[in-house]
Structures are given as structure tokens and as C-alpha cells.
Design a protein around this ligand. Structure first.
Ligand code: GLY
Length: 384
């Protein structure tokens, strides 16, 4: 940030108190910068809470998404450091669950599909193993005997995102960050091509920089000219929470056709998630939930008898190309950390480190080159 020396005492404003906004705000505070974070509701209550907490670059990577894969793998590698720093600042230990992931198929069609996934992962040199027939049941005995093949991804991990969100909010405040909940930002103030602060219903604050980390709401903030807005839309995800009792021994993340199942360390068993283009509609609906449960039951038949605790709906922030926007915009001192779509939890640490680098040191890490917000903007900047 070129003018940092003249704006040293002004805070950096972060808009959005989800996993990304909290992580960015906290890491900026760690670097000794005053930060004010505005959240329209309570922190961590939207998409970040409804997320499953999968840290799964190896299983989520699609064909020809190698830039994303590199980012995701590096993102996973950043987690241990991030969690250590979080423990120092929050006094809460958040653990990674590294028992691995199985992708399973049930029919010839599924088997051929997952064989292609396996071959692509092997071609990329990822840690992956092909388990023919029902061999996957040796790893996860609760899997249906009807499975025809599985892929074993030992390095994919998961985390309890609820614990992570609580610890982040604490760490941010403990580091001196100012949290303004129930305070929507009405507009970003821009003068002569520079973001100078924000206006809320009660406040007008002058800022050294403004970071938009408002998830699927990032593209609708007044004051930002149309051509500099993030092209981000809500992608609806419905997820079912079942409750495992003490004797129910389900230990691995399982991905089956149209569903994933995650056992969490607090006894929840998540069956997720739909991916729907329904605008800002957050109504739980019968059909998609019925299908999730049916697909989940095909994979792990014993879920049939588990208590159903809730159906939750989150709105993932999906950009026009479904990849994140991280770094400077084409408006001076206006930054984006949004559009993380299905990967907000996985990419929170690496995004937070990258944002502190670009805002405080003027350098975006090379891994983020394909994910610069300016790819969507008319005015390119030589240096983000
Ligand atoms: N990361 C999984 C999901 O968005 O459903």
C-alpha cells in the first residue's frame, strides 16, 4: 500500500465477519495494524457456519484446475501454522482431523467416473490409491457392501469450522481488533479514485484501506463503481446434520455420487451439500434434502436410524469463474478477499497471509496471480 506511511494511524476496515473477513482482520491485527471489522449480523453465522469444514484440495480438484489445486495444497499446508498462531491469540486449540477421505462408486457408471478422477490425480502426482471392489470397507467398515470401487485420499483433512470461527473472533479481539456486529456497511467511500473509508447507519469512518470480504454480498456494496465490483453470486447449499451416539463409529470423510458425509469431532454427522442457483433464497426444501439423505443412505446405510438434528442453508460466494478474488481492485486502497465458493475454510489461512502481504508490503504471492480481482475489471494494474 503505497500511502501507508501517511495513513499509519488510520484503521484498515474489513467488511464481513465470516471465515475470510475474520482471518484477514486477525492477521492484519497480528501485524500491529488497527483494524475495524463490520459485520451485518453476528460473526460466523452465514456460509462459514454452514460449511462442512473439509480441507480437501485433493478430492475437490476438477479436471484442468491445476492453479486451484496448487493454491488448495498450499492452503492446506498453511493450516498448522495458522492454528498454532490461533492458539497463541485465542487460547483455543483447534485440531485437524487427518483420517483421510474415500471417494466411492456403486455402479459401472460411477466406477468409470471415479477411475477417471483417480487417473487424473495420479497423473498430477497426488497421494491417491485405487481400492477395487469393496476394499474401501477395510478403511471405513460402515460403507455399503454395494460399493464397486473407491479412491483413497489419505492427505485430505477436515476441521471443525464452528470451533475455528469462535477462536478467530476471540483472537481478533484479543489482538486489538474492533468488531462492529449488527452494523451493515451502507457504502464504501471513494474519492478521486481512492477508497477513503466506509459509511454505516451510525458511523462514517476514514480508513487506510478497505477490504471487502462480504461473501456472496461482496458485489452489492454501494459506493463501489459497477466496473470495480466483484462479480459474485450466491450459490445455495443445503446440508443435513445427523447426530451420532457414542457407539456409532464412523471415522472418515466419504464422498459418494451427489453427496458427502463427514463425521465431526462433536458428534455431528454432516450430509451435504446441494449446489443450487436460487439467488438469495435460504429456504430449506424437501426434494434436495430427500435426495441428499437418500444418496447418503446408499453410501452408509446405517445413517437411516440416526437422529436428524437440523437442515441448514448457506450461500457460498461464487464468482463468475467460480474462483476466488484475492488482492487489490482497480480502485486504490480497495481490496477484495471473496469468491471462495466451496473452499472458504480451506483457503482462509492462505488468503489471510496473502492479504496482509499485499496490503502491508505491496506484494501478492505468485500463487494468487490467477486469482487477482482485476481479471474481472477494465482498468488493469501493473502492480497489485
Ligand atoms: N466445500 C463443500 C461445499 O461447499 O459443499
Amino acid at each position: 500500500m503505497a500511502r501507508r506511511e501517511k495513513t499509519r494511524d488510520l484503521p484498515i476496515v474489513v467488511i464481513g465477519g465470516g471465515i475470510i473477513g475474520l482471518s484477514v482482520g486477525w492477521q492484519l491485527s497480528r501485524r500491529g495494524v488497527p483494524v475495524v471489522l463490520y459485520e451485518r449480523g453476528k460473526t460466523g453465522q452465514a456460509a462459514s457456519r454452514v460449511a462442512a469444514g473439509m480441507l480437501a484440495p485433493h478430492s475437490e480438484v476438477g479436471f484442468e484446475e491445476e492453479d486451484f489445486l496448487k493454491l488448495g495444497v498450499a492452503g492446506l499446508e498453511d493450516f498448522p501454522r495458522f492454528l498454532d498462531e490461533l492458539e497463541t491469540d485465542s487460547d483455543r486449540r483447534v485440531e485437524l482431523d487427518d483420517r483421510g477421505t474415500l471417494i466411492v462408486g456403486f455402479h459401472r457408471d460411477d466406477t468409470e467416473r471415479i477411475r477417471r478422477l483417480y487417473e487424473f490425480r495420479e497423473h498430477l502426482g497426488l497421494p491417491v490409491k485405487w481400492l477395487p471392489g469393496s476394499a474401501g470397507r477395510d478403511i471405513e467398515p460402515l460403507l455399503s457392501p454395494k460399493i464397486t470401487a473407491s479412491i483413497w485420499l489419505p492427505d485430505d483433512t477436515q476441521v471443525n469450522n464452528l470451533e475455528l470461527l469462535d477462536a478467530l473472533a476471540l483472537a481478533f479481539v484479543n489482538r486489538g481488533g474492533v468488531l462492529k456486529e449488527m452494523t451493515p456497511v451502507e457504502s464504501v467511500n471513494i474519492e478521486a479514485g481512492r477508497a477513503t473509508g466506509v459509511t454505516t447507519a451510525t458511523d462514517e469512518i476514514t480508513a487506510a484501506a478497505v477490504v471487502v470480504a462480504a461473501g456472496c454480498w461482496s458485489g452489492g456494496i454501494d459506493g463501489i463503481p459497477g466496473e470495480s465490483r466483484a462479480p459474485v453470486r450466491p450459490v445455495k447449499g443445503q446440508i443435513v446434520t445427523l447426530r451420532m451416539d457414542g457407539d456409532y463409529e464412523f471415522g472418515h470423510v466419504v464422498r459418494a455420487p451427489d453427496v458427502y458425509l463427514l463425521p465431526k469431532n462433536d458428534g455431528r454427522l454432516l450430509v451435504g451439500a446441494t449446489q443450487e442457483e436460487m439467488g438469495f433464497d435460504i429456504t430449506p426444501t424437501a426434494g434436495p434434502v430427500m435426495r441428499l439423505l437418500e444418496r447418503g443412505w446408499e453410501a452408509i446405510p446405517s445413517i437411516y436410524d440416526l437422529p436428524l438434528e437440523s437442515v441448514d442453508v448457506g450461500l457460498r460466494p461464487g464468482s463468475r469463474d467460480n474462483e476466488p478474488l484475492v488482492g487489490a481492485s482497480d480502485v486504490d486502497r480497495l481490496y477484495y478477499a471473496t469468491g471462495h465458493h466451496r473452499h472458504g475454510i480451506l483457503l482462509a489461512p492462505i488468503t489471510a497471509y496473502a492479504m496482509t502481504d499485499v496490503i502491508l508490503d505491496g506484494k501478492l504471492p505468485p500463487l494468487f496471480e490467477p486469482f487477482k480481482p482485476t481479471r474481472f475489471m477494465r482498468k488493469k494494474r501493473a502492480r497489485d
